[in-house]
Design a protein around this ligand. Structure first.
Ligand SMILES: Cc1ncc(C[n+]2csc(CCOP(=O)(O)OP(=O)(O)O)c2C)c(N)n1
Length: 638
C-alpha cells in the first residue's frame, strides 16, 4: 500500500490492488491512468535517472496488456526489461518507485525476486521469445492455465537469439503472442535490413483498407477459389512485407498498428490470444511519448541522467574541469590509430556512443560498423575482416561480451586472428546492477590460449595498450572501467608496451600491493594509507597483464615480501588474483586477494557498491593491516 502522500499525488495507481482490475475501465479512465503513469515515470526518472524514453513509449501498451491479461497467471515478458516501469507501477510497485535504481531500492530492470509479476528477469536483450517458448511448453506439460506474451523492441529483434526463439516457436506451434514494439530506435537509430523494412511500413488505416479490397478483388478473379490461401498470401507479401516474413516462420501477423491506441492494441491482442498458435502483433510506438524532450532526443533520453523536468536538461553537475571518461579516451585513441593505419576498422554492437565509437563513425564511416545487438555476430564479422588483412577493434561492454564467448574461442583464438576487444565497463557499473556489472571477463578470457589480456591503470595507458594491441599478431583484450579516467595527460603518439611486463610503481618492503587495471590505482592509494598506518612503505605494482602474466616478478614479490596483495574489480574467483596464485604455487609467502565476492552485486551508485564490496582505499588498507597482524594466511586465502 502506498503512503498517504503518494496516494494523494497518484490516486488512480494507488487505488489498484490488481493489475487486471483495469479490464472494464472506460477509455477516459484508461487515458487518465496513462497520464498518471507518465507523471510518475517522468517525476521519478528526473530524480534517479533511468530508461525514460523506452518506458514512456510503452505506457499504452502496458495498459492494454494488463487489461487483456491476468498477471501473474498470464505471463507478460519484457525483453531487456528497461521499458517496463509502467508494468512495475501497475503491479504494486508505486510505493518505493522513488527508489528506482537506488542502492537497496527497486531494480531498473525486471527481476523475478522483486515481484511475482516479473515472469522473467532480464537486462540483456533478445531473450524474451526463447523464454516465452519455454514457458508455453512448461504450461502445456503441466496442464496449467496461462497465456504467454513477449514484448520485444525492434532493437532487441536485431539479436540472433530472437530468431532462434521464433524458429522454434513457429515449428512447435506454441500459443505465444509476440508484441513487436517498433519505435525505429535501438539506443541510437536502429540498424539493419529488417529495421529498414519496418521503417517502410507505416501505420495507415487506408493501406489496410486497400489491402482488404485488393484481396476481395483478387478472390473474385476466375480460378481464385482454387488457389485459396495463396491469393491472400500473395497480397500479404505485396503489401505487408514484415507480415510475410513472420508468417513464413509460422506466426500469424497483425499490424502494424498504433501502439498508443489502447483500444486498437487490445483488439489485436484479443484476436491473437484466441488463436491458440504463434502470433505477432506489430505495434508502432514513439520513444519518449508524451514528454517533448524525450521525443526530441530519443538517444540522450534512452538512459537519462537526472534532469530538470521543465527543460529536459541534465541536472547541474558538480563544478570543476571534467576529466574525460575511459570511453571517450578510447574513442579518440581509436580514431588516431585509424588515421595512421588504414587497416584499422571499428565495430560496435548497438552501443555507438556507449563505447565511444561515434568518433570513429564520424571520421571514418566507411570503416565503422554498428552491427545491431549482435555481439556474437560482431566477433565473427571481425574475424572475416581480420582474415582479409584488416585490424578490427570490437568495442563491447564486458557484460555483453559474455554473449561472444564461443566465437572468441572458436573463431578468434583457435584461428589465431588479430582481433582487438576493447572491453568497456569492466568492473562495477552502478545503477544498472547485476546484469550489467563486468565481473567475469578476466576469468573467461584468460583461460583461452593465445589471447593477450590486459588492463590499463589510467587513460594514457589505455591509449598505449590500444596502440600495442594493434601491433600484435594475435587476439587481444583490453578492459577498462566505467567513468572518468584519472585525469592524466594523454601523449600525442602512444608508445607500445612490453608484453607480459608489469610496472613497479614503488619499491617498498613488507607488503607488495599488485593492482590490475582499476585495481592498480586503488592499490597505489591504499599503499599510501598502509604507509601511514604501519610506518613502512609498501611496494606497489601496476600488473598491466593478466595474460601473459609477469610470473617472474610475481614470484620475486612473493619471496621478498611478508604479504602479497592482489587488487582488482573483478570476481576473485578466476580473476587476476587467481592468475597470480597459479604462478606462485611453489613460492613461499602469503597472498591476500582483494576483488569481488562470490555473489551478484546489486544496483546502486558505483561508489556505494565499491564500498559494499570492499574496494575503497580505506578498506583495502584495513584488510592489509589485519592480514599483517593476524594469523598466517594460507596461500590464496582472503
Ligand atoms: C546483449 C545486449 N547488448 C546490448 C544491450 C544494451 N541495450 C540496452 S537497451 C538497447 C536498445 C534496445 O532497443 P529496443 O529493443 O528497440 O528497445 P527500445 O529501447 O527502443 O524500446 C541496447 C542496445 C543489452 N541490453 N543487451
Amino acid at each position: 500500500m502506498a503512503d498517504t502522500e503518494t496516494q494523494n499525488r497518484f490516486p488512480i495507481i494507488s487505488g489498484l490492488s490488481r493489475p487486471d482490475e483495469i479490464a472494464d475501465w472506460s477509455d477516459e479512465e484508461l487515458a487518465d491512468l496513462a497520464a498518471e503513469m507518465r507523471e510518475v515515470i517522468i517525476d521519478t526518472v528526473s530524480q534517479t535517472g533511468g530508461h525514460l524514453g523506452a518506458s514512456l513509449g510503452t505506457v499504452e501498451l502496458t495498459i492494454a496488456l494488463h487489461a487483456e491479461l491476468s498477471s501473474p497467471r498470464d505471463r507478460i515478458l519484457w525483453d531487456v526489461g528497461h521499458q517496463a516501469y509502467g508494468h512495475k507501477l501497475l503491479t504494486g510497485r508505486l510505493d518505493g518507485f522513488n527508489t528506482l535504481r537506488q542502492y537497496g531500492g527497486i531494480s531498473g530492470f525486471l527481476r523475478r525476486a522483486e515481484s511475482e509479476h516479473d515472469a522473467m528477469g532480464a537486462g540483456h536483450a533478445s531473450t524474451s521469445i526463447s523464454y516465452a517458448t519455454g514457458l508455453a511448453e512448461g504450461l502445456r506439460h503441466s496442464r496449467r492455465d496461462g497465456r504467454v506474451i513477449a514484448v520485444i523492441g525492434d532493437g532487441a529483434l536485431t539479436g540472433g537469439m530472437a530468431y532462434e526463439g521464433l524458429n522454434q516457436a513457429g515449428a512447435l506451434g506454441s500459443p505465444i503472442t509476440v508484441v513487436l514494439n517498433d519505435n525505429g530506435m535501438s539506443i541510437s537509430e536502429n540498424v539493419g535490413a529488417l529495421s529498414k523494412m519496418f521503417q517502410r511500413v507505416r501505420v495507415d488505416p487506408t493501406l489496410t483498407k486497400v489491402r482488404e479490397e485488393l484481396e476481395r478483388g483478387l478472390a473474385r478473379l476466375p480460378g481464385a477459389s482454387e488457389l485459396g490461401g495463396k491469393v491472400r498470401d500473395a497480397t500479404k507479401s505485396l503489401w505487408f512485407v514484415p507480415g510475410a516474413l513472420f508468417e513464413a516462420l509460422g506466426f500469424a501477423y497483425i499490424g502494424p498498428i498504433d501502439g498508443h491506441d489502447i483500444e486498437g492494441v487490445r483488439r489485436a491482442l484479443r484476436t491473437t490470444l484466441e488463436m491458440d498458435r504463434p502470433a505477432l502483433v506489430h505495434v508502432k510506438t514513439v520513444k519518449g511519448r508524451g514528454y517533448p524532450p524525450a521525443e526530441a532526443d530519443g538517444e540522450a533520453m534512452h538512459g537519462a541522467t537526472p534532469f530538470v523536468i521543465e527543460s529536459g536538461k541534465a541536472a547541474a553537475k558538480a563544478p570543476g574541469a571534467a576529466v574525460p571518461s575511459y570511453t571517450e579516451v578510447f574513442g579518440r585513441a581509436l580514431v588516431a590509430e585509424a588515421e595512421r593505419d588504414p587497416r584499422v576498422v571499428g565495430i560496435t554492437a548497438a552501443m555507438l556512443k556507449g563505447t565511444g565509437m561515434q568518433h570513429m563513425m564520424s571520421r571514418f564511416p566507411e570503416r565503422t560498423y554498428d552491427v545491431g545487438i549482435a555481439e556474437q555476430h560482431a566477433t565473427v564479422f571481425a574475424c572475416g575482416l581480420a582474415i582479409e588483412g584488416y585490424r578490427p577493434v570490437c568495442a563491447i561492454y564486458s557484460t555483453f561480451l559474455q554473449r561472444a564467448f564461443d566465437p572468441i574461442v572458436h573463431d578468434v583464438a583457435i584461428q589465431g586472428l588479430p582481433v582487438v576487444f576493447a572491453i568497456d565497463r569492466g568492473g562495477l557499473v552502478g545503477d544498472d546492477g547485476p546484469t550489467h556489472h563486468g565481473a567475469f571477463d578476466i576469468a573467461y578470457l584468460r583461460s583461452i590460449p593465445g589471447l593477450t589480456v590486459m588492463a590499463p591503470m589510467d587513460e594514457a595507458e589505455l591509449a598505449a595498450m590500444l596502440h600495442t594491441a594493434l601491433r600484435l599478431d594475435g587476439p587481444v583484450a583490453i578492459r577498462y572501467p566505467r567513468g572518468a579516467g584519472l585525469g592524466v595527460p594523454i601523449p600525442e603518439r602512444p608508445e607500445p608496451i612490453e608484453i607480459g611486463r608489469a610496472e613497479v610503481l614503488e619499491l617498498g618492503e613488507g607488503v607488495a600491493l599488485v593492482g590490475y587495471g582499476f585495481g592498480a590505482d586503488l592499490a597505489r592509494r591504499a599503499g599510501e594509507l598502509v604507509a601511514a598506518a604501519t610506518g613502512v612503505r609498501p611496494t606497489v605494482v601496476n600488473a598491466r597483464f593478466a595474460k601473459p602474466i609477469d610470473a617472474a616478478l610475481m614470484r620475486q614479490l612473493a619471496e621478498r615480501h611478508e604479504l602479497l596483495v592482489t587488487v582488482e574489480d573483478h570476481a576473485r574467483i578466476g580473476g587476476f588474483g587467481s592468475a597470480v596464485l597459479e604462478v606462485l604455487d611453489e613460492a613461499p609467502g602469503r597472498v591476500l586477494r582483494i576483488g569481488l565476492p562470490d555473489r551478484f552485486v546489486d544496483h546502486g551508485k558505483r561508489e556505494l557498491l565499491l564500498e559494499d564490496t570492499g574496494l575503497t582505499a580505506e578498506q583495502v588498507c584495513a584488510g592489509v593491516v589485519r592480514a599483517l597482524r593476524g594469523p598466517r594466511l594460507r596461500v590464496g586465502e582472503g
